[in-house]
Design a protein. Structure first.
Length: 436
């Protein structure tokens, strides 16, 4: 049997290895280029082994060591060594990194650059097609540091009252027509009116203001607040735009004035009368009445006594504001609005006096109450800061603070005036915000 020539077998095996290496190298080039940190070193290029000179000579002429047909030679027991088959290294494919996709579907977006030296700090205009640039909010506001200064001056007369009717009681004609000079139709208020055998009845005739200037702050005052705004530019996590706001705040302040009251004093005879307790009020029907006093004063005199009266400023404050606003997204759930600008307002309301004087002896005197109305414009500015909590999509809760100094407003008439001081007013606001 004639064996295959070793030279031809080796050459065929080399061609097969070259073809396999080319195919594997072409398949490896189909994977995308990886970054140096994740790229697997490529397999070395596989080349077919070149036949040696001995092999080449063997291909040209038969080797002398080969056994000829019919020849028994010991060389047949030592065949020529065969070259080892080349080792083909299979490339180990590595999965390519997942590219980042932007909103438009492009997968060429680069990661954000956090290098402060190369970051883009420019303001950019927001596209008209972009949502969530506008906001509307409504809520409650509480006003603080709003004061009212009251002034009252001059001497005020008290109109004549019904005869026999006093500031601290009455003595009138009963059903018997005051038979025997006595009446059962009477009453009094205070134990201090009893002086020996006389009952003192007081009637104010006028008063003058001793200290008519006072300042009061009855905060907090509660109202409501509205705001609407839009954003036109953005930068990083911030938006820049504008905001228009409206506020309504009812204000009710009461002040006191110190006065001196002039009074007439009438004395009524109560000799032998078992006096009922203070606050007694007898009726017109005197039948069966046992507590009868003299129906006419036995003497008269005058005095002065200290007292206090009150004034009330009851107004409504309407304000509007307009200015730039900056929104900063602090985190996924919380954002901050800050803004400032000019503000204008209107004050409308009344100034009135109570018509009652509280006297030092515990009694009261009455006079004709006064009433004045007024309307005025006020001007100033504002700064505010509002935190919003993103509770649900399209719905936030907010809590804010606002400082709005403005000039004051004065209402006056009938010897009295009330000045509303808005130079230091501040607000706390809370409610619901709708971004859209």
């Amino acid at each position: 049997m004639i064996p295959l020539r070793p030279s031809k077998f080796h050459f065929a095996q080399g061609l097969l290895c070259v073809a396999s290496g080319i195919a594997l190298n072409a398949a490896a080039q189909e994977w995308p280029t990886l970054t140096p940190s994740s790229q697997t070193p490529p397999a070395s290029t596989v080349t077919a082994p070149q036949p040696s000179e001995t092999t080449a000579q063997a291909q040209a002429t038969p080797s002398q060591s080969q056994t000829q047909p019919g020849t028994d030679s010991s060389d047949n027991n030592n065949p020529q060594p065969q070259p080892a088959a080349p080792v083909v290294q299979q490339p180990q494919p590595t999965a390519p990194p997942r590219p980042a996709a932007n909103k438009s579907g492009s997968q060429n977006q680069q990661p954000p650059n956090n290098n402060l030296e190369t970051r883009d700090w420019k303001l950019r205009k927001i596209s008209p097609d972009y949502d969530w640039t506008r906001h509307f909010r409504i809520g409650m506001l509480a006003g603080f540091n709003i004061k009212a200064d009251f002034t009252m001056s001059g001497t005020f007369g008290i109109g004549s009252s019904t005869p026999g009717v006093y500031d601290d009681g009455y003595v009138l004609t009963d059903s018997t027509g005051n038979a025997g000079g006595l009446t059962g139709y009477w009453g009094y208020q205070n134990a201090s009116q009893i002086s020996g055998n006389s009952l003192l009845m007081h009637q104010a005739t006028g008063f003058s203001v001793v200290n008519g200037t006072s300042s009061h702050d009855d905060a907090p005052y509660l109202g409501f607040d509205l705001a609407y705004g839009d954003s036109y530019w953005y930068w990083e996590h911030a938006k820049l735009g504008w905001e228009f706001g409206f506020g309504f705040l009812p204000i009710h302040v009461v002040g006191n004035a110190s006065v001196r009251v002039n009074r007439n004093i009438d004395n009524y005879d109560i000799t032998g009368v078992l006096m009922p307790p203070p606050g007694y009020q007898g009726g017109f029907d005197a039948s069966g009445e046992t507590s009868l006093i003299g129906g006419s004063p036995t003497s008269s005199s005058t005095d002065t006594i200290a007292g206090t009266t009150s004034e009330k400023l009851d107004v409504q404050l309407y304000t509007i504001r307009l200015g730039p606003t900056l929104y900063w997204n602090l985190c996924r759930k919380v954002g901050l609005y800050v803004g400032g600008g000019p503000a204008v307002g209107m004050v409308s309301g009344d100034l009135s006096s109570s018509g009652i004087i509280q006297l030092a002896d515990g009694s009261t005197a009455h006079y004709n109450a006064t009433h004045s109305s007024g309307l005025s414009m006020v001007y100033g500015g504002y700064v505010n800061a509002t935190l919003v909590y993103h509770a649900v999509e399209g719905g936030d809760f907010y809590l804010g603070a606002q400082y709005m100094p403005m000039n004051g407003s004065t209402i006056s008439g009938n010897g009295a005036s009330g000045h509303l001081d808005l130079s230091g007013q501040a607000y706390i606001t809370a409610g619901i915000n709708w971004p859209f």
